[in-house]
Design a protein around this ligand. Structure first.
Ligand code: NAD
Length: 488
């Protein structure tokens, strides 16, 4: 048996003991995970620093703080999330107990990406634990140091049988994918996303695919361009542009392009000094392969700012490209690096047309002081998420579903959405073996009279919740008596 097979078999066996279903067990595990982030912050930050040159504060701000928030929320809300959820009933089911019961799915496979290695790997794990599943955690091999730290630390804090960590690259992941899971939660690029879905199909395993793509950013000429560019520069150059929801490119009218360039340059200087290479808050490209990929995109576009680079250090300066053509190399795939192309367009209509020609993005940004512009952009496009007058921050709102649509992914998570995504929402109806007379309308022989009563009973929805049930039962008994008289 391979190492991957063993991990999955152990997780399945642990799941079958039933201990992951117990609410106290789930809360205990979540609290242990919380403790990991409190006690091991420096080990975590050191590894992320080695992988991506993030500062310790940066790692807390963009990775672990959000996780701590999600864990606290899950601990606080777990009883409520896991409780049966009463639903509306029709007259036919009025005396029954009808509810949704969230149930664990079983063994979940979590495949993480490298750009925010803790956030994208542990956030689904929080939901998997909260929902009562076992989970096999596969961090990205691309973030070498973090993946090792995750492998070492997680078993010290949480149930290592239920939540094993499997490290390795493509072949290990492929071996994992040959095993049977009850859900696969994948974060990464769309091409591999298709392979994941193909492997999942063999076992009819449902998938969540958190993918990427080119997230557009429209700047209306009637807005505070200085503030807009500051927020865009932050969204773009954080983590050296290696953020799935980073604004990929700017669309704006030619008349404001120079202003936009100047304002983005000002913000780069404000955030990262005159020499971003020595600034502790400016990251690095993850590896030389990605460095070369990004540098290659610069070839056929005009650089308006930045462009300095150092391959030996995987450094690419915050860069702005002007008058970029849709056919340019930088517009052919997600950039995932610190290049910000500006494409001039003639107004909002053309921007919308351009966006709609491409794949549905993960995020869409619009900057305007005119609500009509924001509304048109919202109504006439589609994307995983939409944000007006800011970048990235929708990610931090646990009450918003986070996920893609079309080529940017399927399924969503964060807060209760993760819990629901990794639960089976089982529809339950508990009837008593009484009041058989009411059922006569559905038994043969079928008559028009019975159909008439069935229409009356089925088409009348009542929201009785759990209160008032007794009163309605009494009413129902009377109705049933009348119906019986007619039917029999
Ligand atoms: P990556 O190279 O780390 O790959 C992701 C995972 O897939 C890894 O664990 C890796 O082992 C596995 N993998 C790679 N090739 C495989 C193969 N052939 N078969 C099976 N498994 C394989 O990460 P990446 O794809 O470079 O990540 C960047 C992409 O992820 C970007 O497109 C980005 O937008 C997207 N992303 C999306 C989100 C989101 O929340 N939607 C978050 C982060 C990143």
């Amino acid at each position: 048996m391979s190492q991957e097979q063993q991990a999955v078999a152990r997780a399945r066996k642990a799941f079958e003991t039933g201990r992951s279903k117990c609410l106290e067990h789930r809360i205990r595990q979540l609290k242990n995970l919380q403790r990991l982030f409190i006690e091991r912050q420096s080990v975590i930050s050191d590894a992320v620093k080695k992988d991506l040159n993030k500062s310790e504060v940066g790692t807390q701000l963009y990775e672990t703080l959000g996780l701590e928030g999600e864990i606290s929320l899950a601990i606080k809300k777990l009883k409520e999330w896991a409780a049966p959820r009463p639903v509306e009933k029709n007259l036919m089911t009025i005396s029954d107990t009808v509810y949704i019961k969230p149930e664990p799915l079983g063994v979940v496979l979590i495949i993480g990406a490298w750009n925010y290695p803790w956030a994208v790997t542990i956030q689904p794990l929080i939901g998997a634990i909260a929902a009562g599943n076992a989970a096999v955690v596969k961090p990205s091999e691309v973030c070498v140091h973090t993946s090792k730290v995750m492998e070492d630390l997680l078993p010290l804090y949480i149930d290592k049988e239920l939540y094993p960590v499997v490290t390795g690259g493509v072949s290990e992941t492929q071996e994992l994918l040959r095993q049977r899971f009850d859900h696969i939660f994948y974060t990464g690029n769309s091409m591999v996303g298709k392979l994941i879905m193909e492997a999942a199909a063999k076992h009819l395993t449902p998938v969540t695919l958190e993918l990427g793509g080119k997230s557009p950013c429209y700047i209306d000429k009637d807005c505070d361009i200085s503030i807009a560019c500051r927020r865009i520069a932050w969204g773009k150059y954080t983590n050296c542009g290696q953020t799935c929801i980073a604004p990929d490119y700017i669309l704006c009218e030619p008349s404001v392009q120079d202003r936009v360039i100047e304002e983005v340059k000002k913000s780069i200087k404000e955030f990262y000094t005159d020499n971003p290479k020595t600034c502790p808050d400016y990251g690095r490209i993850i590896n030389q392969r990605h460095f070369k990929r990004i540098m290659n995109m610069l070839e056929d576009s005009a650089i308006a700012a930045g462009g300095d680079n150092d391959e030996s250090d995987c450094y690419i300066a915050p860069t702005v490209l002007r008058d970029v053509k849709p056919e340019a190399k930088v517009m052919q795939e997600e950039i995932f690096g610190p290049l910000l192309p500006i494409l001039p367009v003639n107004g909002l209509g053309e921007a919308i047309q351009f966006i709609n020609k491409g794949e549905k993005p993960l995020a869409l940004y619009v900057f305007s002081s005119d609500n009509k512009v924001i509304k048109r952009m919202t109504d006439e496009t589609s994307s995983g998420g939409l944000l007006a007058n800011d970048c990235l921050v929708h990610y931090s709102v646990s009450s918003l579903p986070f996920g893609g649509v079309g080529n940017s992914g399927m399924g969503c998570y964060h807060g209760k959405f993760t819990f629901d995504q990794l639960s089976h929402l089982r529809g339950c109806l508990i009837k008593q073996l009484k009041m058989e007379g009411v059922n006569s309308m559905r038994y043969p022989p079928h008559t028009l009279k019975k159909l008439g009563w069935a229409r009356f009973f089925i088409l009348n929805n009542v929201d009785v919740g759990w209160i008032g049930r007794m009163t309605l039962l009494a009413v129902l008994a009377v109705v049933a008596a009348v119906v019986l008289q007619y039917l029999l």
